[in-house]
Design a protein. Structure first.
Length: 326
């Protein structure tokens, strides 16, 4: 049994160049993903979650630049590979269900053919018949009848389209799958069902998973560990149980209060006041300090280090405190 993490991200730092200046979208982000484990990445919109995912896959737009850090997939530094080597890792090493991908299926092709084509692109020499067999195998795994391969995207419901997109991401048998807000556009019941199925597939296939969402209530059930991102940085990283029962970071606490639980229990929904900062000119010191109810003198001057509080529970805060136990 190899217990080295399948994915190890260290000090990842990425900017976007724009006419207005540099956008500091990912700043000094570090985390590990253990084999067979599921990591939830959560934070409000604009906190850099998708940017982290694209950096891991090296699928960055022209104006993005990786400034620092390492991404080790099974010990191999993805950021040091040339473009040809990166292509081998994409989809087979790390695959991704893109945000809003369910709406990006080409309307003029049958759903099955689109997945077959994706497979053949990534496995040179794979015959169409072999690719088709693979899709026939995959469809039932994501809850779709194989006969649906012959249908067009408009004949699919939202949930069915999302299942097809998940099948596409699974088709290359990746070691790591990243699901970026895969269920946000769906109603809560379908969302819950697809999430649980995705979790079951991940376990069955022994894959590791990074699950990205802005809704902390959604990831509780599907994550072993949770990373809370704020304004391009990792604010807190711990086991899902510790994040919910013992959150140290005031932002984690605020996020939990801002979303109702997925079961739809009646509870007060406290809005999180303010908005995440513009990353063209992020706040000095701790980027959360302008919104923080617990700030102390050092917060607006110095960036808090990302420290292990024990039990693999990391937090970047000058005034961490256990809340939720009282
Ligand atoms: N192509 C781009 N060019 C410039 N800025 C970008 C680009 N893509 C994203 N950003 C900015 O990077 C920051 C992080 O965005 P993103 O990674 O999409 O966050 P999230 O996925 O958490 O919503 C935001 O401030 C966003 O406006
Ligand atoms: Mg995003």
């Amino acid at each position: 049994m190899n217990d080295k993490p399948i994915l190890s991200v260290r000090n990842l730092t990425m900017h976007y160049y724009t006419r207005k200046g540099d956008v500091s979208a990912v700043d000094d982000v570090s985390f590990d993903l253990a084999r067979g484990q599921s990591l939830g990445l959560v934070g409000e919109s604009g906190c850099g979650k998708t940017s982290v995912a694209f950096s891991l896959l090296r699928l960055l737009p022209e104006n993005a630049q990786l400034l620092a850090g390492n991404v080790y997939l099974d010990g191999c530094d993805v950021l040091a590979l040339d473009e040809k080597e990166v292509r081998k890792i994409r989809w087979r090493g790390i695959s991704m269900v893109f945000q809003a991908a369910m709406n990006a299926l080409d309307p003029v092709y049958r759903v099955g053919d689109q997945i077959i084509e994706a497979l053949q692109t990534h496995f040179r020499g794979l015959s169409e018949a072999e690719a088709r067999d693979r899709v026939i195998e995959l469809f039932p795994m994501v809850g779709l009848d194989p006969s649906l391969m012959e249908r067009y995207p408009h004949e699919f419901s939202g949930g069915m389209r999302q299942r097809a997109v998940i099948a596409m991401a699974l088709s290359c048998d990746p070691r790591v799958i990243i699901a970026d807000e895969p269920t946000t556009a769906l109603d809560v019941i379908v969302q819950d069902r697809i999430l649980n199925e995705l979790r079951a597939i991940q376990r069955k296939m022994g894959m590791s998973m990074i699950y990205i969402t802005h809704d902390i209530a959604v990831i509780a059930e599907v994550s072993d560990r949770i990373g809370v991102m704020y304004a391009g940085r990792m604010a807190e990283l711990a086991s899902a149980v510790d994040i919910f029962e013992n959150p140290f970071h005031p932002y984690t606490h605020a996020l939990m209060n801002a979303f109702p639980s997925i079961e739809g229990e009646k509870q007060e929904l406290k809005a999180l006041p303010g908005e995440p900062p513009d990353l063209l000119s992020p706040p000095s010191g701790c980027r959360f300090h302008p919104r923080c109810s617990r700030k102390i003198e050092s917060c607006n001057r110095l960036q808090p280090p990302f420290e292990d509080m024990g039990d693999d529970h990391f937090v970047a805060c000058w005034n961490p405190r256990e809340v939720g136990n009282g």
